[in-house]
Design a binder for this molecule. Structure first.
Ligand SMILES: [Zn+2]
Length: 72
């Protein structure tokens, strides 16, 4: 668990704000596109479609591909 972003609500808030402090602390996988992003990505998926992961490896293991815009 991440101290600064302990739950999905905190992660989502950081993602919406493109919080630089969150960069590379977690990643957002978008289930509708199969792509995962850094919290600072300009992509704005719907919250219901987002799953959070702590590592790139976890994203890849779940079948997500890296976003071409934010290059996680
Ligand atoms: Zn992205």
């Amino acid at each position: 668990m991440l101290e600064a972003f302990p739950d999905d609500d905190a992660k989502w808030a950081a993602f919406l704000a493109r919080d630089l402090r969150a960069d590379r602390l977690f990643y957002a996988g978008v289930i509708t596109t199969g792509i995962f992003c850094r919290p600072i990505c300009p992509a704005r998926p719907k919250r219901d479609n987002v799953r959070f992961f702590d590592t790139r490896e976890a994203c890849l293991a779940s079948g997500f591909r890296a976003c071409k815009r934010c290059k996680p």
